[in-house]
Design a protein around this ligand. Structure first.
Ligand code: ADP
Length: 473
């Protein structure tokens, strides 16, 4: 299975590369001090990670007069931000005023705190919400066009097109405009932070040629993302998710930056919280409602074509149930009535579900035992349930749909601690001089739950704060 998951990840990576086919800004070499003999360079600000937070931090530091190097370990920029297909959360924008749909800063704070079960650091949440209109306006100033999702008025989504890709087109343009103030080094991985006295003064990095160099900097910004592609770290902190898959993540977010920061004394928080999706397919997660509230009739079976749980458990409770099954996977199966719902239609299209005229044909296409799946569906349709499911529906009206799903990381709530200045803090809450952080590597904004779109907002808000403060001399 692991092999298959790796293949899936490779397929995702290839499609991502294709998605990024539009060339990124040609990295311009920054005129930095180079000491070839010692394999050492010096720069004002070193940003580690070229996802959403790193790009914003790097651009902001350069706009504030610093010479900047962004190191990105992958052959392209983007991280998990570039695959974000949705939008940004912001409050009190002109879009809200025009639509006459209020979503105030106070609403924003309240909703973020409540969704996080009051675990988030309210000081950080307040900054996030209060800066959200500026963040949105900044995107508009970069030429991006948005509209309000009137059903969920915290959502601001592109008028058309793909949110993440548009962001990177805009960021690349900005990098180009900044010329030699900012250099992007792809295929370059930071491996260790360098500390002198109590101050972080740079990092060791390894380029494509495998050569290690030291980049000294007045300040380092960690923007290395979460644990999306680090299932072992997810399992270490959340044993109930041990064995999680990684099919929703790009390859880069492997938790290295988190470990590097912890190694120099960074505090951590909310480590026992990780947003998982039980019904993930490569690059997409099927809304759980297709097998519970909305669809009623959907079921989950394991590789033996047998039901194994109450499908209406909460998503985070469903995850360990699936992880206990053979290969730690399951199959979503539903009929044409569920298919007709909004989330059913989306699951079929985006989750690449397989269609078949009969249950037996579906089983064959999914590689399951046809007689067993027939038996399982018939038993379910009788309406008695050994798992305590109370919303029993029926899987009776063809065509039928099914797909393999693998519980995967959606978002890393945990992370290193920062203060209002985006300075990384130690366990005692004191800033570590020279070290800043922004984005998914940071903990403290979400706690036990997250409203969608706040994460792409926090990349911008705390990326800007980190970039500005890192460039202060
Ligand atoms: P965020 O939204 O916080 O910016 P992303 O997932 O979008 O998170 O981006 C994080 C980026 O950091 C990814 O592109 C990933 O490849 C990069 N990265 C992770 N670890 C390192 C490292 N050790 N050195 C350089 N880049 C890294």
């Amino acid at each position: 299975m692991k092999k298959k998951i790796l293949i899936l990840a490779a397929v995702m990576l290839i499609s991502l590369l294709a998605a990024c086919a539009k060339p990124t800004a040609q990295p311009q070499p920054v005129n930095n001090e180079k000491n070839e003999k010692n394999n050492e360079e010096a720069i004002d600000v070193l940003v580690v990670g070229g996802g959403g937070a790193g790009m914003v931090a790097g651009i902001t530091a350069a706009e504030n007069g610093s010479k900047v190097i962004i190191v990105e370990k992958m052959p392209m920029l983007g991280g998990n931000t570039i695959i974000s297909a949705t939008g940004i959360t912001a409050s009190d924008t002109d879009l809200h005023k025009q639509a006459g749909i209020p979503f105030t800063v106070e609403d924003h704070i309240k909703k973020t705190m409540e969704t996080g079960k009051n675990l988030p650091d309210e000081k950080l949440v307040r900054i996030l919400a209060e800066s959200s209109n500026d963040a949105y306006q900044w995107l508009v100033s970069l030429g991006l066009k948005y509209k309000l999702d009137e059903k969920e008025p915290w959502w601001i989504i592109p008028v058309e097109g793909h949110y993440g890709r548009q962001l990177f087109d805009a960021y690349n343009k900005k990098v180009e405009e900044l010329g030699d103030k900012i250099e992007i080094r792809l295929d370059t991985k930071a491996t260790e932070l360098i500390v002198e006295g109590d101050k972080v003064v740079g990092a060791k990095v390894v380029g494509k040629d495998g050569k290690e160099i030291i980049i000294k900097a007045n300040a380092v910004v960690m923007a290395t993302g979460g644990f999306g592609n680090a299932p072992e770290l997810i399992g270490e902190y959340n044993p109930k998710y041990a064995g999680a898959h990684n099919i929703m993540s790009t390859a880069g977010p492997t938790g290295e930056g988190f470990k590097m920061a912890v190694a120099v004394g960074a505090g951590t928080r909310d480590m026992e919280h990780h947003q998982m999706r039980p019904l993930a397919t490569p690059g997409y997660w099927i809304r759980e409602t297709v097998i519970n509230e909305e669809g009623l009739g959907g079921i989950l079976v394991n590789a033996s074509a047998v039901r194994f749980t109450n499908e209406t458990l909460k998503p985070l409770e469903l995850v360990p149930e699936i992880l206990k099954q053979q290969d730690r996977i399951a199959y979503v199966v539903f009929d044409s009535e569920v298919a007709a719902t909004k989330n059913g239609t989306s699951a079929i299209k985006n989750g690449k579900m397989i269609e078949a005229a009969t249950i037996e044909e579906l089983a064959e296409k999914l590689g399951l035992d046809a007689a067993k799946l027939r038996e399982t569906v018939d038993k379910y349709n009788e309406g008695t349930d050994e798992f305590g499911r109370s919303t029993m529906g029926k899987v009776t009206v063809g065509p039928f749909y099914g797909v393999k799903v693998a519980p995967s990381s959606h978002y890393t709530m945990a992370g290193i601690t920062i203060n209002e200045n985006a300075q990384v803090t130690n366990e005692a809450g004191e800033p570590i001089p020279g070290l800043y952080a922004a984005g998914e590597v940071v903990g403290g904004l979400y706690g036990a739950g997250r409203i969608a779109g706040n994460n792409t907002l926090d990349d911008i808000v705390f990326g800007k704060i980190a970039g500005k403060n890192a460039s202060a001399k």
